[in-house]
Design a protein around this ligand. Structure first.
Ligand code: GLP
Length: 261
């Protein structure tokens, strides 16, 4: 159930949807993704715990489609993920490639190559970032970009401080991000790779539509900063305010600090 009478005062943000919990958020976002797939849109996809209920709901929606619509939709699938750790490939279960394989590619039976990510095993990560950006451009750019929010305000792996013009590149991960993502690495931040390849704010802001998805009380403070404070390099997600087609879908816990007093 969505709460439409939101108390948020952000005139530039007409598209805020607050749902009861992460599962309800997942259902709404999966509907958006399904509609985009039906239009043949190039999708920008994201990883992280926030996306697990989204992908569960998407598997459910697509599984319920009758044939031949389902096969036709899967045959036209084209997506680019935001990021990948340097040094990890699909064979390592901590990689984003393995996450996407487990969440979507395998259960949906997607053909190899439909779901694209930067190659974390490429010998020259910076060159790989350039190749990936060029492949994205050759596909016509992203129509619908799904985004999670890092606890330090990053989107993709655009760590603060980050300009709105930062391109696809190899980045150093901050200690905060390595702590945030340690759970997937046995709880040890030192085991989290030190670098990653990420789409830049530049490619993200070039997407036709953005869909920011945020759940949980732990993200309430950074979500408030991202949406209600003036855009700044210290909160990379705040650059999203400048996009003309940004939709934000959050649960009640994440929305807790959005009301202006
Ligand atoms: C990760 C990813 C981001 C993701 C974010 C939030 O590090 N690079 O793309 O959105 O952090 O992750 P989670 O959903 O697990 O909180």
């Amino acid at each position: 159930m969505s709460i439409s009478a939101s108390p948020v005062s952000a005139p530039w943000l007409p598209q805020l949807r607050i749902e009861r919990d992460a599962e309800a958020v997942g259902v709404v976002v999966a509907e958006r993704l399904q509609r985009a797939l039906q239009r043949g849109a190039v999708l920008g996809l994201a990883t992280g715990r926030t996306m697990e209920p989204v992908y569960a709901a998407l598997r459910h929606c697509l599984g319920a489609l009758p044939e031949p619509q389902r096969s036709a939709l899967l045959a036209g699938w084209c997506s680019f993920n935001l990021d990948e750790y340097v040094g990890l490939g699909p064979q390592q279960r901590e990689s984003f490639a393995a996450f996407m394989d487990q969440q979507l590619a395998r259960p949906l039976g997607l053909e190899p190559g439909r779901l694209q990510l930067p190659d974390g095993l490429a010998p020259e990560p910076q060159q790989e970032a350039q190749r990936y950006a060029a492949a994205l451009l050759a596909a016509g750019g992203i129509q619908l970009q799904l985004l999670g929010l890092g606890s330090n305000g990053h989107v993709g792996f655009n760590e603060p401080p980050c300009s709105a013009a930062a391109p696809c590149r190899c980045v150093e991960l901050s200690p905060a991000t390595r702590r945030q993502n340690a759970a997937a690495f046995g709880g040890d931040p030192a085991a989290v790779p030190a670098r990653a390849i990420t789409l830049g704010m530049d490619e993200i802001l070039a997407a036709r539509q953005l869909l920011l998805v945020v759940t949980g009380a732990a993200k309430a403070q950074i979500l408030r900063r991202a949406l209600l404070e003036p855009p700044c390099p210290e909160v990379p997600a705040s650059w999203l305010q400048r996009h003309p087609h940004l939709e934000v879908v959050v649960d009640q816990a994440a929305a807790a600090l959005l009301a202006l007093s």
